[in-house]
Design a protein around this ligand. Structure first.
Ligand code: THU
Length: 140
């Protein structure tokens, strides 16, 4: 499969997942698809709670699904929403993508076929990660 074909497949997977979005409050439906090192694709959608702050974004649902099924290394993630300006991951999702997927490409797409790929290091410059936890001294 060509690079474009591979990209289309992951966008298609994210678009399909978007159809399952539980976005009854915002009406803002999002789908995500995450490709693992072995080629497996995990998908997820946003799930909103009546206690609004418990809402979970499509990206994190997808990452939790993949991790809980044993996947550990990831090659790229796609995010699909129905916006003219392509929807990027929120701040919380950027942190989680960085922590569990590293500097992967993030493919943004909408329903009219626009796409853009941005690298995680661009979306989350100077990130906080587990390395900092090793830097604290022993004294309390
Ligand atoms: N949302 C996502 O699922 N991913 C994003 O990248 C942006 C926002 C969801 C959260 C909430 O359900 C709705 O979109 C509106 O913020």
């Amino acid at each position: 499969m060509s690079t474009t074909g591979v990209q289309e497949a992951i966008i298609e997977a994210a678009t399909g997942a978007r159809n399952c979005a539980l976005a009854q409050y915002s009406k803002f439906c999002v789908g995500a698809a995450l490709e693992a090192e072995d080629g497996a694709i995990y998908t997820g959608c946003n799930i909103e709670s009546s206690a609004y702050e418990l809402t979970m974004c499509a990206e994190r649902v997808t990452i939790w699904k993949a991790l809980s099924e044993g996947a550990r290394k990831f090659t790229r993630i796609a995010v699909v929403a129905d916006t003219e300006r392509l929807t990027p991951p929120c701040g919380a999702c950027r942190q989680i993508i960085w922590e569990f997927c590293g500097d992967i490409p993030v493919i943004l797409a909408n329903l009219r076929g626009d796409t853009e790929t941005l690298q995680m290091a661009f979306l989350l410059p100077r990130p906080f990660d587990a390395d900092f936890l090793d830097e604290i001294g022993d004294e309390k």
